[in-house]
Design a protein around this ligand. Structure first.
Ligand SMILES: Nc1nc2c(c(=O)[nH]1)N[C@H]1C(S)=C(S)[C@@H](COP(=O)(O)OP(=O)(O)OC[C@H]3O[C@@H](n4cnc5c(N)ncnc54)[C@H](O)[C@@H]3O)O[C@H]1N2
Ligand code: MOO
Length: 635
């Protein structure tokens, strides 16, 4: 079998147009019981078969009477009425006897004696009476075509004497995940195996759009098996989605099979992610071959299958909502490809800022985090930092104002903080870099707060903070103290006891980057002990964070590095304590009154939060929530 190496490179619009031309899409309808119709779309209008109420009915508990008999009734000139002749007792919903035209509430009726009542005010004709057709009039239009049927609609339709309604048939999507490397969720992947989840993502998109799903078993990368499966399901399906095998790999068969069974209309669109998408048909059934990478798979399905499914359901695709935002990072892109970059949106001062997320199409988390999609045109090689961009909203418009952006040193307590803040409706966007980068970003107005672990050698923040905020006041709030030390191989086979051992010949050290608190710690200690860093093997090798440093040691790439106790424990490594270090949050005074910051401060000061931090090995909350310094003069 020859490989399909040459893909088309058509635009999104051209691909959609070509696919539409090749398909004959017709929405079909069915009659169903209104009681089973929640969420369905009406294909025919509903009209009332009855008027309701169908009789004049009392709207209150009281007495039925004639308005004319009450004329002139006041507290001083009450009117007496005789039961059976001038009034009759009546309850809510009862038919109004023909001889009467109004109802007086029982609370306003004084019983004088058996069969005689007295009233102290007059009533108007029709008072407290529900007239015929007050709710619905026979023949009245109750619901229009396209209505998405909800709880109240069902009540109204039933009241109108109707039980059966005509709705659009829910399109059925058959999803076939392919790939010999795929395993069912819940199993533990061996090297080379991947948990299959794309089909669940696609399934839930279809359900959200009002369709039905048949999720098929994982089919291995075997030409015959895939072909057979596609043949089997196509007949009964309104749209077939085949996941993976779309590209130029040795076992990428989808396009070839679709071509044999029907027609490949487009294979290859000039977009990222998701270039190798296949759009085709088998008989009258539309078939889409989705690229295997999860982001590509989901975005392609949205881009191409959603409009088809909406047409099948008798609807037009919902308009997308956009906001304008300022891009906070330069995006470089390949000319000739339209790229959809997932972005977080944050309201910073009075602007919405778009923070690009991971661009790899293998990172599904980028879709979880994303508030919107930034499109880089195929005619551009990228977008500069600071440019205004249109962002397609994936969330509520109010979301950017609920997000707080923090940059700086990473710490386990920030995860706990994020989780707690989320419960208060604040989304903490963490951008783990290092302390100095956090302060740089903050001083440029590109974040709301910074996390730092940079105490100066004299135990003050003076130097660091004055450098970044020479004129502006900032508050420094303690988050926690954590245990910093040497992370060493499990069992400490090289018997490392402290910093002085780092110059031992057969030891390999692994360092952290400049600007990180761990790097400052090691450099300070080396200076104190008069140790020449060039004598330490591996000193030039740096890792960007605690976790990658520990991973390197756990995998045998180094013997020792500086990190936290909690990270050593996560990776089952040994630990030699060096010092307790403070993790602080730096918050410019201008944000101190921001509601998101107020929530953050409340969380930090809560005993719940402190209790959670105290669960972390080596953490200390004795000063958590304390505002340590306040303004340049007191620093
Ligand atoms: N030589 C070329 N190689 C590739 C090209 C290309 O143009 N030339 N395109 C790349 C792009 S872009 C994409 S996207 C992928 C698409 O590849 P396939 O559709 O053939 O998908 P696979 O290679 O089988 O899978 C990619 C990746 O995704 C994982 N996967 C697949 N299905 C699932 C699933 N149901 N659930 C979870 N994960 C899944 C799979 O294990 C792979 O890791 O091709 C590039 N290569
Ligand atoms: O389509 Mo691929 O998804 O760009 O990685």
């Amino acid at each position: 079998m020859s490989r399909n190496i040459y893909l088309d490179n058509v635009s999104v619009e051209e691909a959609r147009e070509k696919w539409q031309e090749a398909l004959t899409i017709k929405a079909t309808t069915e009659k169903i019981d209104i009681r089973e119709a929640t969420g369905r779309r009406l294909a025919k209008p509903v009209r009332a078969k009855l008027s309701t109420p169908s009789y004049y009915a009392s709207a209150m508990d009281g007495i039925a009477l004639s308005a004319t008999d009450t004329v002139g009734a006041t507290e001083r000139t009450p009117v007496q009425l005789q039961e059976g002749k001038e009034y009759q007792l009546i309850d809510t919903g009862d038919p109004l006897p023909e001889e009467f035209d109004a109802v007086m509430m029982i609370e306003k009726v004084n019983q004088i004696k058996e069969g005689i009542v007295e009233i102290e005010e007059s009533v108007a004709p029709g008072q407290n009476v529900r007239s015929v057709g007050e709710s619905l009039v026979k023949g009245q239009l109750i619901l229009t075509v396209g209505t998405k049927i909800g709880p109240y609609d069902i009540g109204l339709v039933l009241e109108g004497g109707v039980t059966e309604v005509t709705v659009y048939t829910q399109p059925q999507v058959d999803i076939i995940p392919t790939g010999s490397e795929l395993i069912e969720p819940g199993r533990s992947p061996q090297p080379g195996q991947i948990i299959e989840y794309n089909s669940e993502v696609i399934k839930n998109l279809v359900l959200n759009w009002g369709g039905k799903v048949m999720q098929r078993d994982i089919t291995p990368d075997k030409y015959e098996e895939i072909k057979e499966k596609i043949q089997q399901v196509t007949q009964e399906s309104d749209l077939v989605a085949i996941i993976a095998g779309s590209s130029a790999g040795r076992e990428d068969y989808t396009a070839q099979i679709v071509a044999e069974l029907g027609e490949v209309v487009v294979h290859g669109v000039s977009i990222k992610p998701g270039g190798p998408v296949i759009l085709g048909r088998i008989g009258d059934t539309p078939v889409i071959g989705l690229p295997g990478y999860p982001v590509a798979s989901a975005l392609n399905f949205r881009l191409f299958a959603q409009p088809i499914l909406y047409q099948l359901a008798g609807l037009s695709t919902p308009e997308t909502k956009e906001v304008k935002a300022i891009l906070n990072k330069k995006l470089v892109s390949k000319l000739g490809f339209r790229e959809f970059v997932r972005a977080k949106l944050v309201k910073l001062d009075n602007q919405i800022v778009a923070v690009p997320l991971a661009r790899s199409s293998g990172v599904i988390g980028s879709l979880v985090e994303a508030d919107g999609l930034v499109t880089i045109s195929e005619y551009s090689e990228g977008i500069d930092k600071g440019s205004e961009v249109n962002v397609e909203l994936l969330v509520n418009q109010s979301k950017p104002a609920e997000t707080l952006m923090i940059n700086g040193s990473n710490d386990h307590s920030l995860d706990l903080l994020k989780n707690k803040l989320a419960q208060q409706g604040v989304d903490l966007l963490t951008q783990p870099t290092n302390s100095l980068a956090g302060l740089t970003t903050l001083s440029r107005g590109e974040s709301h707060l910074a996390s730092i672990n940079l105490l100066d050698s004299d135990g003050q923040y003076r130097q660091s903070l004055d450098r970044y905020f020479p004129t502006e006041d900032v508050k420094v709030v303690n988050l926690a103290y954590r245990q910093q030390g040497l992370i060493v191989t499990a069992g400490n086979p090289k018997n490392i006891t402290g910093i002085a051992d780092l110059v031992v010949n057969d030891l390999v050290f692994i360092n952290r980057q400049q600007g990180s608190g761990a790097r400052m710690l090691i450099d300070n200690q080396l200076a104190k002990l008069n140790i020449d860093s060039t004598k330490i093997s591996g000193y030039q090798q740096v890792k960007q964070n605690d976790v990658t440093l520990a991973t390197t040691i756990a995998q045998g790439g180094a013997d020792v590095g500086v990190g936290t106790l909690v990270t050593a424990q996560v990776f089952d490594l040994d630990f030699i304590p060096l010092r307790k270090e403070r993790i602080d949050l730096v918050i410019p005074n201008q944000y101190w009154t921001d509601t998101r910051i107020k929530e953050l401060f409340k969380v930090i000061c809560s005993s719940d939060f402190k209790a959670e931090i105290n669960q972390l090995a080596g953490y200390d909350t004795s000063q958590t929530g304390q505002v340590l310094t306040d303004g340049p003069t007191s620093r």
